[in-house]
Design a binder for this molecule. Structure first.
Ligand SMILES: [Zn+2]
Length: 279
């Protein structure tokens, strides 16, 4: 097992050229190498041992983050992280390729070929989404000291038949997974809201909670105080406020403990929690 710039030497297989280069660790000791295949492409993943300096928490403000259907994420400081254009284009192509497969005769060569094209496109879409999520989570974990996100109820996942929503649900799990380890790297703190906290239905200005907030309503208008605000920005501001109100109580009981009747729980001990975008 050896890694050089541009090549990796594997047991039994030998020296293999790498398509991507320049970022693999070549100077630290290798612990293991895993080779895998996904939709016709081969990947090598390396496990290395490297010491990280203990992180200094970033300065800046506490933020809430809402993962949406239209935008990738809306941050309570007003930042909107859009879905990359390449991802949207590929998603349209995916629908086209799906139709192509169903048009071909079952068992035919052409159907097999169309299936392979579809599978490659699926892989590309997954990569593009993951890449966009990585950029967003790195930016957040590096610059925000406290990041509040929603939680997902398993029941919500089952109830959810909408394609766009189920895609964003899948993204949410990955989003939280990345934030968890990056917050540890960069010294920031991840807080996951109580699953019953009405971040979408609550007014971020006066605290009034609406009975209904259907998905198609893109703007939050408050009947009580007259606030009119983008739906996702309102939700992210509610999440950010949650951290402020929970900060004293969290500190009071030692910081990292789950509180059954509190509004927030630090996420560190529960790495498998999956979340939802809008409840
Ligand atoms: Zn209001």
């Amino acid at each position: 097992m050896k890694v050089e710039n541009g090549h990796v030497t594997l047991p039994r297989i030998g020296r293999v050229r790498l398509k991507e280069r320049g970022y693999l660790p070549t100077t630290v000791p290798l612990r293991s190498v895993t080779v895998s295949e996904r939709s016709g492409r081969w990947y090598v993943s390396l496990s290395v041992e490297e010491e990280r300096p203990s992180p200094v928490p970033p300065m800046g403000e506490t933020v809430g983050v809402d993962l949406g259907v239209n935008a990738l994420a809306t941050v309570s400081d007003g930042t909107v992280i859009p879905n990359p254009g390449a991802l949207l284009a590929r998603q349209r192509k995916l629908q086209h390729l799906q139709r192509e497969v169903s048009r071909k005769r079952k068992g035919s060569q052409n159907r097999e070929k169309a299936k392979r094209r579809l599978s490659r496109c699926h892989g590309k879409v997954a990569d593009l989404r993951k890449d966009a999520l990585h950029k967003a989570t790195t930016m957040l974990a590096r610059t925000k000291p406290v990041i509040v996100v929603e939680s997902l109820l398993p029941a919500n996942m089952l109830r959810n038949h909408h394609l766009a929503r189920s895609l964003s649900d899948a993204s949410f799990g990955e989003f939280v997974r990345q934030l968890e380890y990056k917050c540890r790297w960069y010294g920031s703190r991840l807080v996951q809201a109580d699953p019953f906290y009405p971040s979408t239905k609550r007014c971020s200005s006066c605290g009034n909670v609406k009975a209904e907030m259907p998905l198609w309503e893109r703007t939050y208008s408050c009947p009580s105080c007259g606030l009119v605000l983008d739906r996702d920005l309102n939700a992210s501001r509610n999440l950010a406020m949650l951290a402020a109100s929970s900060a004293e109580s969290l500190n009071a009981c030692g910081g990292e403990r789950f509180m059954p009747n509190g509004r927030c729980s630090p996420v560190n001990q529960e790495p498998s929690i999956i979340g939802v975008t809008n409840v």
